[in-house]
Design a protein around this ligand. Structure first.
Ligand code: FAD
Length: 290
């Protein structure tokens, strides 16, 4: 199996989420089948995001790694977990050959108390001290929604990166200029960890409102215009979303991004269209970098 990031730049990775509740896994593996045919460099599996179940992340990531021979990235959160609860999860992932963990604090439900880990950096230090995983972590081009200022958030990001993060994956954004500004700021304070750009194709106006209220991403006038014009027409909206995400990615690739992480929303048809649009460019960049 290829060694992710050691040889390949820029990377193309996909994110999926497990079904809600105890849910039937057949549909998620149909999604993985379709995504696997696009030969991504890695597929990541969320953990408890947006109310999805936590117990299936290990099973899905392990199958991606072993049955599909695609490097898997398992997300894990401080929220909802003590050391005792996380150790068996980490051991199983390791035994199943999963080499990559995205270590997150997680979103905290109202009234929820964190157990042994307060910040993602605590979880990263713990995993680094006991296990041998490649560590990914989250970063926020428009600052984390709870952070007081961009400067504070960047200072925390530097501390987190210094705990031994191998790759940072960004929160979704619709304005590339904000990503470039963030990348420059991160570099200027000594963060030299590769930063992969998280891209979520717009598929409906309700999806945008939900995401923006969750993460506070700026919706540029161009995107607002698309929503006004096509929000009532699902087919046109989907086409416009694919075109917008493609243009964002082409611009990012032209500006030397380390990688693209596509939030697929478990919609492989959209991932396929975008992958096909950028395949030639990605290939030419990879050839250039050897
Ligand atoms: P942290 O890095 O811990 O930061 C959280 C906040 O605390 C920030 O405001 C930061 O500035 C501040 N902070 C950090 N360290 C310190 C410190 N030492 N002192 C004071 N303040 C500090 N959520 C899920 O539940 N499941 C998922 O699978 C999931 N996947 C995600 C994937 C990606 C790529 C991204 C970008 C996000 C994902 N999330 C997921 C959401 C994420 O859990 C939330 O954004 C969460 O609110 C913050 O997580 P974090 O790991 O960035 O937290």
């Amino acid at each position: 199996m290829r060694d992710y990031f050691a040889q390949i730049r820029p990377t193309m990775t996909f994110e999926i989420f497990p079904p809600k509740g105890s849910g039937d896994l057949a549909s998620i593996f149909a999604t993985v089948d379709a995504l696997a045919s696009l030969a991504p460099d890695l597929i990541s599996v969320t953990y408890g995001a947006g109310g999805t179940s936590r117990e299936n992340t290990v099973e899905i990531a392990s199958q991606i790694q072993n049955s599909y021979a695609i490097p898997a990235l398992a997300h894990l959160t401080c929220a909802g977990n003590s050391k005792e609860e996380l150790d068996p999860v980490l051991r199983t992932l390791s035994e199943n050959g999963v080499k990559n963990i995205l270590a997150l604090r997680g979103d905290i439900a109202e009234g929820e108390k964190l157990k042994d880990f307060r910040y993602a950096s605590d979880l990263i230090s713990y995993i680094k001290s006991r296990y041998d995983f490649r560590i990914f972590a989250a970063c926020y081009p428009e600052k984390h929604i709870e952070a007081y200022s961009m400067e504070d958030d960047l200072r925390c990001l530097k501390e987190k990166a210094d705990c031994g993060v191998d790759v940072l994956i960004s929160q979704l954004f619709f304005d590339n200029e904000l990503f470039y500004r963030f990348r420059d700021q991160a570099k200027s304070i000594g963060i030299d960890t590769p930063i992969v750009a998280g891209i979520m194709p717009i598929t409906s106006s309700s999806q945008i409102s939900r995401m923006v209220s969750m993460c506070g991403a700026t919706v540029p006038e161009k995107v607002q215009k698309i929503i006004r014009a096509f929000g009532h027409n699902s087919m046109a909206m989907k086409e416009a979303g694919i075109a917008y995400a493609t243009a964002q990615i082409v611009d990012l690739l032209a500006t030397g991004v380390d990688g693209i992480h596509l939030y697929t929303m478990n919609q492989p048809d959209i991932a396929k269209r975008i992958s096909e649009n950028i395949r030639g460019i990605l290939y030419s960049l990879r050839v250039k970098r050897g």
